[in-house]
Design a protein around this ligand. Sequence first.
Ligand code: F6R
Length: 607
Amino acid sequence: MCGIFAYTGSKGSEAPDILLKGLISLEYRGYDSAGIFTPESGAVKTPGAVAELKKKIPKGFGGKSGIAHLRWATHGEPTEVNAHPHSDSTGEIWVVHNGIIENFKELKKKLEASGHRFVSDTDTEILAHLVEEHLKAEQNFEKAAIAALNDVRGTYGIALQYKGEPDKLIAARMGSPIVIGLGDGEHFIASDPSPILPHTKSVVFLEDGDVAVLTPEKHTIYKLDATKVKRDPTEIDWSAEEAQKSGYEHFMLKEIMEGPEVVENTLRGRLRADGGAKLGGLEFVAKELGQIERILITACGTAYYGGLVGEYMLEEFAGIPVEVELASEFRYRSPVLNQKTALIAISQSGETADTLEAIREGKRKGALTLGIVNAVGSTIARETDAGVYNHAGPEVSVASTKALVSQLTALALFTLFLGRQRALSPQKAAEIAAELRALPAKIQKVLDDREKIAVVAKKYAQARDFLFIGRKYNFPIALEGALKLKEVSYIHAEGYGAGEMKHGPIAMIDENFPSVAIATKNSVYDKMLSNIEQLKARKGPVIAIATEGDAEIAKTADDCIYVPPTIEMLEPILNVVPLQLFAYYFAKEKGYNVDRPRNLAKSVTVE
Ligand code: F6R
């Protein structure tokens, strides 16, 4: 995810040095380009790392204040011209931005009509031009910034600077975190506290709709209606590493905790009022998609399990035959594909070698290739004909968690998109859309209860084996629950379709072999209850993932982890979260390196 750092102080010409050091402490977020601006020396930007940026900065580059950014591309390739900071047409106003401006296309059209010229493909550049436009009318930087922010829709965390008032910085937040550092004769703006901590422990976390105006000596916070508001400072005693993890002990936990935000970011601007989905990346292949007769989904690991859930969604609600295949199998056999087949690759990194080769094979055979990819500009994103970006932000922990939550959300959107092209009724689509919107709050409820999951994980931490079972939409989630536990805890865990249990695996069950049963209230609930009874009859301990308020299941299962109710199609998005937490706490209890499990790599770029 992009990183912001800005500084204003009265210490001679030190701003570039302070800003570059700050960018280095934000590097952990993952990025593809970097840039810096000071009113005295102008802007320097580059694709690549902060080390590249340093090389490009000319001798004598100085300033008492400035803004800096690490970009993780969302709109436009990671090039020098798309790197932040971006300026208005006069080169007087400069901005760095995290988030997505949803109405940037319509704003850009209007501004172009009144003579503005844009140089980048980004949504961010619009912000500088809007401030320029309002500055003409307002003749006041603060008022112009607030007016510009009232024009935009979407998410932002920003830092703004105007050459006319070089020691002043403006920060604003809407959906993308911004923290202000309060120093002695200096102020800072950052997307998380890590670059601020070496300078001061006293910070103010902005709330959505806050606009902060900073000079070296003082800070004032306004709301978007220009009224002043007071925010109390917080003293934080995190280490730099803790700050990168937002105070969580591990990236894995931080990323699981990002679930609600991830769903919001994947959905943002993509649900139509009529229940359909607006997927910009698919618009230009919408006609071909309307004519496809079959979908093949290919992926590896966790992303493959996401694909299996997609099969249930797409067949039930879009009425299209779907097959899902491991990319490592697909590429080595002779799959039958043609122009009426859409081949979808799901990949967090967009670089997984097997998935990439599967897509290349699909292309050779004439299929329409699509990507559901998190990493913008990655090879799979570039080589597919069209696609949907996840917007989940970079995943640092090796075990994939938030990426799956986002992949499932994207698949639900894709189902709405294809479903509305076919037989899905507007009423049913609207019902699904409403449930999608309700998911972030429901995930938050599961997360708020995480200590209970930690207790259950601790209770079973001595087990050597685990069975995970589920049916229908929750069958792939059982597979994922087992994979997560294997990866981070090095415990033997098997995922099974619950109905398949009696065809073999039940032979393993005894009092030392616990099972996790996903048994939420849905169309196969009664069947799951019978499966739990079968396990109990063999003395197998059972942890049930159950729907809130289900007292019945608590009579049979040894432990229950409750989740709020949702429609069956979306249950996987909710039910996977307690399984991720279970694996996390289990591994933590064992004292393993949760974020870097042995033998695993984050991006599998070899066969
Ligand atoms: C599991 C995990 C892996 C990845 C798989 C695909 O936690 O991280 O199973 O899901 O290697 O990676 P991407 O999605 O990058 O193609």
